[in-house]
Design a protein around this ligand. Sequence first.
Ligand code: SF4
Length: 80
Amino acid sequence: MTETPLRYMEYAVTLAEAPKEVSLTIAVSNCVFRCSGCHSPYLWEDKGELLLPALPGLIRTYAGLISCVCFMGEGQNPSE
Ligand code: SF4
């Protein structure tokens, strides 16, 4: 089986995702759970930018501001 690389749709620096942390919150696409009342149904499709190549640059950009990284959505690639 070929695994689909993780992709993300958007990101933001947020204060509410993790208690007492400033989070770089990244919305990962290709969620397969289809929860009733999903807060982000736009994450159900497999689209967006490749996550792994972009992640180091995103962290470097916000390194002086963030204290953690949060991934929203449930991208389906257990090896990444
Ligand atoms: S993005 Fe979150 S809430 Fe929406 S279907 Fe996936 S796991 Fe459920």
